[in-house]
Design a protein around this ligand. Structure first.
Ligand code: UN1
Length: 495
């Protein structure tokens, strides 16, 4: 018996109006169906937006500390259910259990941060230029937020967006990726159980071309927060411009780790293994390029290939698995395609490169962790986001050269430098073009209370995480109160 899931609109679980559904399968074993989910369309989105708009008129009046109390309960409930949600997430999208536990933890951290922000949401008071006049600026909620999220962090990323949105007094229409609808349903269930009023969060399952597009172009949706590919982000930005929505885009990356000749090589090795092959390379923060100083190039490459070839592929629920499957067939094809491109471009395939075989792997979308050496900066495998377990290795001859190579990309999300030289570290912090720079840390592992986002074509200037995301989900209102009892004209009566 296959479980059938529903949308959540105005606090009620409902089918899509068309009654159509889509299937969700386990990427480690495609014979296992996780469930059937509504294949929704524009009419379902319209109902969700009506619900969110009506809820907004009440929710915006709830004091922010009281909204924060609900966030705290959400954090408590997620903590209680952490293990269960992590297991279900691994079954749904494949990454290994230690990582899905981390994903849930990131959601818990975000909930507790939001809870405390309910007692901050600081504004500013400033002196007026006129006597007996008071000036302040406060943050106000904006309205209905469209939340469109990817499958690689099926719990954490929706919480990065929805918790600050809701804490700030907005309401949400949430469209999760079609590969991870179950985790999204669990998250929304937890949010409702914690006491959110009906309509504050609405969940609409379905494709980006149907549901996503309907949200983006809807005249009564005020803002969009999207994480996904740069291609989709660019189109989304155009589609949203007709209604002049505020849009936050978190897009692609081609993140590099630079290893200098003075680095602790064992540490740098652990870093790149985790950065490149954690989440099977499917993070926007994944290490996709490794830039090695020429003096340690051969030695480090040898160490890396030896360790990478021993990484254990497997169902993420098994305790010995280190690398799970790729999310789906088309992403695995995409990875295979880049392997072909790399070979054709003349890079040297030194590890992996194939679809994984083996009895326990044969029904999943597994792919060997793959390394190319002798990669040149202009090759497609050095410039395009692959979003799979493929690492391109380049050579540099100095810190400056390493940073120039690192910056040679249209993206700018995460970056990493391994060195023991403090002067080099600070020069790199100054000159690397990225939203996140790690020193002696891999390119992955951002913490929930820090700004998260990138420069160049990784985004459009907004940040998620910490205090910075609240700038996106609130509008500034400037307030003047004159208690002089007479008309005082700014810029005129005082000069
Ligand atoms: C993503 O890849 O989209 O920094 C998010 C990290 C995680 C978040 C990644 N905390 O790798």
């Amino acid at each position: 018996m296959i479980t059938k899931f529903q949308n959540l609109i105005n606090g009620k679980w409902v089918d899509s109006l068309s009654g159509k559904t889509f299937e969700n399968r386990n990427p480690a074993n495609w014979n296992e169906v996780i469930g059937l989910f509504p294949s929704s369309s524009v009419e379902d989105v319209n109902l969700a937006v009506i619900s969110a708009r009506a809820a907004f008129e009440k929710w915006r009046l709830v004091p922010a500390p009281a909204r924060g109390d609900i966030m705290r309960k959400i954090g408590d409930l997620l903590s209680k259910r952490k293990e269960e949600i992590a297991r279900e997430m691994t079954r749904e999208m494949g990454k290994v259990l230690t990582e899905t536990r981390g994903d849930v933890q990131e959601g818990i951290d975000t909930a507790y941060y939001a809870a405390t922000e309910g007692r901050r949401l600081f504004g500013n008071t400033v002196p007026s230029e006129l006597p007996n006049k008071f000036a302040m600026a406060i943050r106000v909620p904006i309205g209905v937020a469209g939340i469109i999220t990817p499958w690689n962090f099926p719990l954490a990323i929706p919480t990065w967006k929805m918790f600050p949105a809701i804490l700030s007094g907005n309401t949400c229409v949430f469209k999760p990726a079609v590969d991870t609808p179950k985790t999204a349903a669990t998250l929304v269930e937890v949010m409702m159980e914690a006491g959110l009023p009906d309509g504050v969060v609405n969940l609409v399952h379905g494709k980006g071309s149907d549901v996503g597009n309907a949200i983006v172009t809807h005249t009564d949706v005020d803002l969009i927060s999207f994480t996904g590919s740069t291609g989709v982000g660019k189109q989304l930005s155009k589609d949203a411009s007709d209604t002049l929505k505020r849009v936050s885009l978190e897009l692609g990356g081609k993140n590099a780790q630079v290893v200098m000749d003075d680095a602790d090589l064992d540490l740098a090795l652990e870093g790149v293994l985790w950065g490149a092959f954690g989440t099977t390379g499917q993070r926007c923060t994944a290490t996709s390029r490794l830039i090695l100083h020429e003096k340690i190039y051969d030695k480090f490459l040898e160490m890396l290939v030896e360790r990478t070839s021993k990484l254990r592929l497997g169902d993420g629920l098994l305790s010995n698995a280190e690398v799970g499957p790729i999310i789906n067939e088309s992403q695995r094809k995409n990875t295979q395609n880049y392997v072909k491109i790399g070979i054709k471009e003349g890079a040297k395939l030194v590890c992996g490169g194939n679809i994984a075989t083996g009895e326990e792997l044969k029904n999943g979308w597994f792919h060997e962790p793959t390394i190319f050496s002798e990669v040149k900066p202009n090759m497609r495998i050095a410039t395009e986001e692959i979003f799979g377990p493929v690492l391109s290795v380049l050579k540099c001859n100095s810190l400056e050269d390493g940073i120039t190579l690192l910056n040679k990309t249209i993206y700018g999300l995460s970056s990493s430098l391994y060195t023991k030289n403090i002067n080099d570290a600070f020069k790199a912090i100054r000159d690397i073009q990225a939203g996140i720079t790690y020193i002696n840390v891999p390119t992955i592992g951002a913490e929930a209370h820090m700004p998260f986002g990138g420069v160049k074509q990784t985004g459009n200037g907004h940040r998620e995480g910490g205090w910075t995301v609240y700038d996106f989900f609130t509008e500034w209102k400037a307030i003047y109160i004159d208690y002089s009892g007479k008309l005082q004209r700014a810029q005129i009566d005082n000069y």
